[in-house]
Design a binder for this molecule. Structure first.
Ligand SMILES: *Cc1c(COP(=O)(O)O)cnc(C)c1O
Length: 415
């Protein structure tokens, strides 16, 4: 049987332990929701204040040039690219993941129009809904007989992929279960059928090692407000393999993607390279803060982050099974390391109320339909002892039945 002392001993050996000091985490909170909204890096408040009081307040309009605002999407894209296995000039930080999905999808479909019989877009029924909604919106816009084909218990990926498929759009790590695809193998499978791949890295970027170029992926998008700690609603990113960047331009062809935006030319001419995936003026305050999170993430060795993520997710699973074993909890996250991202999810018939009870005790995870308790494991600011303490609170809530109060059954608009 594991003890809290074992956890403290593991913390004493943890090469990433010092990273926690680079973040602000409120007293009394065990934060297991960094996969949904990361915590603030300590540098974020000062950075934000500098943007407002100096760059904006003093520099005013001059700051587009003098503070590097105009170059920010590409400069941050190059930094982030180091975590994605991307080269320079392959990533921009901009817009939202949903909007970037639209751009990637449009570009991939345009490339595939060289093979007009390809009218199927494959995704997973269990994918994050915005991915499916954006595909549905695109199909409706095109009005050309495109169809969405969803893999599920009755249709495997191998079965879904045939020579009619234009695009395969998947999340690398599933938002609900934490299940992870083998990106290189899955991309190779799609390519064997002539399909292009779009990877949604929302639950992967900053959480698991990524090598988009080695996997020969085609397009990728993702968030910066989850494992990258960019702040609420911070701009997302889009990666496009260099070989595709100049093949077509994406239809959100705003002036920031123009080759010479300040020529004020009446006709659109896409910029060369990844800049053509920009649309309009960027939210500079929010974008500037993305750098604070990236600068912390880039100091950490990704292999060490992955090793600790697996150790902590293993520990969480083991402790829940040891200490809460008599309660109706079912693990929905794969046990196999190669198939696991960096969060752990359990089903419980009263999952929603149990999560509200946990949050009331300072253990912040989240709830996803149906019945899923989701716990994000962020190796840069969680310790083994934190995992122990969180499971102890869960055990107490389940043993005492304290989750079954009317207040804990009340739903707010964001779960
Ligand atoms: C969080 C998440 C998103 C969020 O998209 P937004 O446009 O930023 O709201 C998209 N896809 C996946 C898989 C996610 O987990």
């Amino acid at each position: 049987m594991l003890t809290r002392a074992d956890c403290l001993a593991a913390d004493a050996r943890d090469p990433l332990a010092a990273f926690k000091q680079q973040f602000t985490i409120p007293e009394g909170v065990l934060y297991l929701d960094g996969n949904s909204l990361g915590v603030p890096p300590k540098t974020a408040a000062a950075r934000c204040s500098k943007v407002v009081s100096q760059e904006w307040g003093v520099g005013l309009i001059r700051s587009w040039n003098t503070a590097g605002w105009f170059e920010l999407p590409g400069r941050l894209g190059n930094k982030l690219g180091q975590l994605l296995g991307a080269n320079d000039n392959e990533v921009v930080v901009t817009d939202t993941t949903s909007l970037n999905l639209f751009k990637a999808l449009a570009a991939a479909i345009r490339i595939q129009q060289q093979a007009p019989q390809r009218r199927v877009i494959v995704s997973e029924r269990d994918n994050f809904p915005t991915d499916l909604y954006m595909i549905q919106g695109m199909i409706d816009l095109l009005q050309q007989g495109y169809e969405l084909r969803l893999t599920d218990d009755t249709l495997s990926l191998e079965q879904a992929l045939d020579d009619d498929v234009a695009v395969l759009l998947l999340s690398h790590v599933n938002y609900r279960t934490g299940a992870m695809y083998d990106m290189a193998a899955t991309t190779a499978l799609a390519h064997r059928h002539g399909a292009l791949t779009i990877w949604d890295l929302a639950h992967a970027a900053g959480a698991v090692p990524l090598d988009l170029n080695a996997a020969e992926a085609d397009f990728a998008v993702g968030c910066t407000y989850k494992y990258l700690n960019g702040g609420p609603g911070s701009p997302a990113f889009i990666w496009v393999a260099a070989r595709h960047q100049d093949r077509f331009w994406q239809p959100l062809s705003g002036w920031w993607g123009h080759n010479r935006p300040f020529d004020m030319d009446p006709s659109y001419q896409p910029a060369q390279g990844i800049r053509r995936f920009l649309c309009g003026t960027q939210p500079i305050t929010s974008l500037a803060m993305v750098e604070c999170g990236l600068d912390v993430a880039l100091q950490a060795d990704m292999a060490a982050v992955r090793a600790k993520s697996l150790a902590l997710t293993d520990l969480f699973i083991q402790l829940v099974e040891q200490r809460c074993g008599q309660h109706p909890l079912t693990l929905v996250t794969p046990r196999e390391h190669a198939r696991r991202g960096s969060h752990v999810s359990f089903r419980h018939p009263h999952g929603f109320a149990v999560m509200q009870a946990l949050i009331a005790r300072g253990v912040i995870g989240d709830y996803r339909e149906p019945e899923v308790l989701r716990f994000g494991i962020t190796p840069l600011y969680l310790s083994h002892a934190d995992i122990w303490d969180a499971v102890e609170v869960l055990r107490d809530i389940l043993d005492s039945g304290s989750w079954d109060r009317p207040a804990f059954h009340q739903r707010a608009s964001v779960t």
